[in-house]
Write a protein that binds this ligand. Structure first.
Ligand code: PGA
Length: 261
């Protein structure tokens, strides 16, 4: 297993930012920032073009690497796409699947998410499946039903053994890149629901072991209160992960929250 729920799990999604020299500079700074490596689990998620070099620089480091997306086929005539074996090839352990930007801007659906998760697992990659509601859905009281459908359809056909190898990230769309964050209560409510849905379908062991991340404007100032919540095991950080100092600060706050839980 490449992860545990005994330590906070902090992943930095760099989205479409950073050239290779910028990416290398960032991981070197992270290295110097003494993240508290033994007390948390760290994953950096650079753009595809920087994966190889970041992986070379991080060789021997406990910081792991993820990709932002992949295709569900193993190879083929799919111009512009990247396949799971290619991600393994450049040192990825994790892969983000169904990020809301992919769903909203590139037409991804629960069905494609499900196919990608299956392929990722076949190739020994850990999928980080992103789910979450829009502002309109939240205002109409549809948060839980939206999240429920995303879990049911995204994990369709997967048995408990496979679900154990998946990380779920709850990312309310209205909180992503907007500066708005779900309150710890709002986030905890949905995280608890996700855990109960996993328990119902796959049993208590799967549910209690599951890592459920929160994402959406996570910053040093809100990390502690979010991660203190019972069902929040870590953070998927976008904007604030682009700067080594703020990522390191988030890590320190996450470790502190876990120590006090
Ligand atoms: P944000 O992005 O932290 O910039 O809101 C989070 C994400 O998209 O995973």
């Amino acid at each position: 297993m490449n992860f545990t729920n005994e330590k906070p799990f902090i992943a930095g999604n760099w989205k479409m930012f950073k050239t290779i020299p910028e990416a290398v500079d960032m991981v070197q700074k992270l290295h110097d920032a003494s993240l508290g490596l033994e007390k948390a689990q760290f994953v950096v998620i650079p753009p595809y073009t920087a994966l190889n070099e970041v992986s070379r620089v991080l060789k021997g480091s406990p910081v792991q690497i993820g990709a932002q997306n992949m295709h569900w086929e193993e190879q083929g005539a799919f111009t512009g796409e990247v396949a799971a074996p290619m991600l393994k090839d450049v040192g990825c352990t994790f892969v983000v699947i169904g990020h809301s930007e992919r769903r909203q801007l590139f037409g991804e659906t629960n069905e494609t998410v499900n196919k990608k998760i299956n392929t990722a697992l076949t190739h020994g990659l850990v999928p980080i499946m992103c789910i979450g509601e829009s502002l309109e859905e939240r205002e109409k009281g549809h948060t839980i039903s939206k999240v429920q459908a995303q879990i049911t359809e995204g994990l369709e056909g997967l048995d408990a053994e496979k679900v154990l190898r998946i990380i779920i990230a709850y990312e309310p769309i209205w909180a992503i890149g907007t500066g708005l964050t779900a309150t710890p209560n709002q986030a905890q409510e949905v995280h608890a629901f996700i855990r109960s849905a996993l328990a119902e379908k796959h049993g208590n062991d799967v549910a209690s072991y599951a890592i459920i991340l929160y994402g959406g404007s996570v910053k040093p100032e809100n990390t502690f209160s979010l991660l203190k919540e019972n069902d929040i095991n870590g953070a998927l950080v976008g904007g604030a992960s682009l700067n080594a100092a703020s990522f390191a600060e988030i890590a320190r706050e996450a470790i502190k929250a876990y120590e006090e839980k």
